[in-house]
Design a protein around this ligand. Sequence first.
Ligand code: FE
Length: 340
Amino acid sequence: MFRRRLLAAVACLTALTAALTGCGAVGAKPADLQIYSARHYDLEGAFGQFTEETGITVEFISGGDAELLERLKAEGEDSPADVFMTVDAGNLWNAARQNELAKLDSAVLNDAVPQDLRDPQGRWYGLAMRARTITYNPTKVDVAEFDQAETYAGLTDPKWKGRLCMRDATSSYTQSLVASLIDLYGREKALEIAKGWVANEVQIMSNDVLLLDALDAGTCHVGINNHYYLARKIAEKPEFNVKLFWASQAGAGTHVNISGAGLVEGSDNAEDAQKLIEWLATKGQNAFVDANREFPVNPAAQPEAIIAGFGEFKRMPLNADAYGDLNAAAVDLLAEAGYK
Ligand code: FE
């Protein structure tokens, strides 16, 4: 226990981003649960509520997903971490594959989280869902222009030349989207799609917010964004001139990804860690997802007002194996296509 406490204190001191609920002073009793989180969204509200309801205290170490995974591996059995939380199914899959996550057998979680949004072995669970779909400037684009069945692939049509804006090849958002296209269509066809975007002189943007601003300004006519960035813009400025189109509704459905969590292998508070993950997937769903305007994974929870306004949509089933396993293939394919 002493070792765990010491490690927790050191972890707090060295964290680049200060722990959200505040690391105690050196020597102070560490919280009941230590969470390693690569989720860069507002976590305070939900976890404060969890502590209020259960009396279980929570502390965070924030960092990048790769950085936190390396840290878990380096710390091994001495890791103070109880829960690993990250964005992107591929990252969760990767942590599980590297044996950093323990299996949970929870009827609560199996009921709350749809099957394709959790690990079949119970090592991680999706807790919030984001859609990566088409965004467009309605002054410049008529929705009838979109290919209803294959909307992502449809952007290779020459009519979109010089009108497209997308994220960079280094973004995990781009990589997972392309991995899902490889999974759906095979490498050959996915390569053809990426080459088609490049042939259409796609403008590469370094983040989703810049992309939306370019759409609003009319510099870009159509883009691909995570839905919550648009929701945030609309919340700030209701007359923001960008609309959302649900991709591939007459085909495979819109690409989605998750934020999720798993119990860290070797946690010495597995019981409370499980309680936390269960709470986030049930009672705490809205507190957890609404702050970032993500979709609840639990069908019993309602999405917040702005994203509910985007309407219901059919999603492409999430294949975490593919997002993880095909990540390298996606990176390679984008390079081959000349997509920057
Ligand atoms: Fe994001």
